[in-house]
Design a protein around this ligand. Structure first.
Ligand SMILES: NC(=O)c1ccc[n+]([C@@H]2O[C@H](COP(=O)([O-])OP(=O)(O)OC[C@H]3O[C@@H](n4cnc5c(N)ncnc54)[C@H](OP(=O)(O)O)[C@@H]3O)[C@@H](O)[C@H]2O)c1
Length: 263
């Protein structure tokens, strides 16, 4: 491949699960890779497998809970003009419930699931907009749409990623930058720990199938990809209902049913 046509994808959380599959699939697509995570041994294993596809692979050990590490990755996104794709994938879960929760653990989750990807998406959006090209993939979750099913705080971090993605797409699409939010359902990775064993098999997708579907959605230009959703029209009608709320979400007077309208 001509060196001038090379393209690089930076993937966070690339040491296992969904991120490791993105590394494999993007290497197969000819992307050089920058793989980011904490576990050096697992990063190296993913990197070695990806290099078999003839691409250059670099690993960055970074803890996205540490502000200085996040800044280091941001800096790379801002300054390395070869980077044309960001996969904002690193994320952690939380135990259900807020009363009696380990709030320090929740705060760390918010740092990894919200603060870090926001900073990285901002850095990528700045660089990619200036270059008038690039792709940002943000891994949200189907739980973004289902806060009743799991930890509300986790669901909230993923709803944040969904909203950020929809808004960012509107902002940067005119500059030639593609933004996609991916909403996986339960996926067979280390994410669930031992609890994964008790999930009904018909609800759990393999990470390979998940990423292949997400990349097909990206190729099709989707803004939001829900790999397991059989009928895309269901998402479209959900979104249309949201749109219908729009004109009435901010008005001078309260609705009649509250009995507060000024005489
Ligand atoms: N599995 C599911 O059912 C599911 C469903 C919906 C959405 N998701 C989302 O998919 C994404 C990937 O999760 P997964 O299922 O592939 O889980 P996973 O196998 O546990 O992978 C999580 C990745 O995030 C990295 N990571 C975690 N904390 C980090 C930190 N502080 N700093 C840097 N990297 C960190 C991990 O690497 P190190 O440990 O090496 O740092 C690992 O590479 C997450 O955002 C998750 O919320 C998963």
């Amino acid at each position: 491949m001509n060196t001038y046509s090379r393209k690089t994808a930076l993937i966070t959380g690339a040491s296992s699960g969904i991120g490791a599959v993105y590394a494999d699939r993007l290497a197969r697509r000819g992307y050089d890779l920058i793989l980011v995570a904490r576990d050096a041994a697992r990063l190296t294993a993913v990197a070695e497998a990806a290099t078999r596809h003839g691409v250059a692979v670099e690993t960055i050990r970074a803890d996205l809970n540490e502000a200085t590490d996040v800044r280091r990755v941001e800096e790379r996104l801002r300054t390395d003009s070869a980077v044309t794709m960001l996969v904002n994938n690193a994320g952690i879960g939380a135990a259900p419930g807020l009363a009696n929760a380990n709030v320090d653990a929740l705060e760390q989750m918010i740092q990894v699931n919200v603060t870090a990807p926001t900073r990285l998406a901002a850095a990528a959006a700045t660089a990619f907009s200036a270059a008038e090209r690039g792709t940002i993939v943000n891994i949200s979750s189907a739980l973004a749409l289902a806060p009743e099913l799991f930890s509300g705080a986790y669901s909230g971090t993923k709803a944040y990623i969904l909203n950020l993605s929809i808004s960012l797409r509107q902002e940067v699409a005119p500059r030639g930058v593609q933004v996609q939010a991916v909403l996986p359902g339960a996926t067979r990775t280390a994410f669930w720990g031992p609890a994964g064993e008790s999930l009904p098999a018909e609800m759990v997708m393999d990470a390979e199938e998940l990423v292949d579907a997400a990349l097909a959605g990206l190729d099709a230009g989707e803004d939001v990809t829900i790999p397991s959703l059989p009928d895309r029209a269901d998402w479209d009608s959900f979104n249309a209902a949201r749109g219908r709320l729009g004109p009435n979400l901010s008005r001078q007077h309260a609705a009649d049913r509250y009995g507060k309208t000024a005489a």
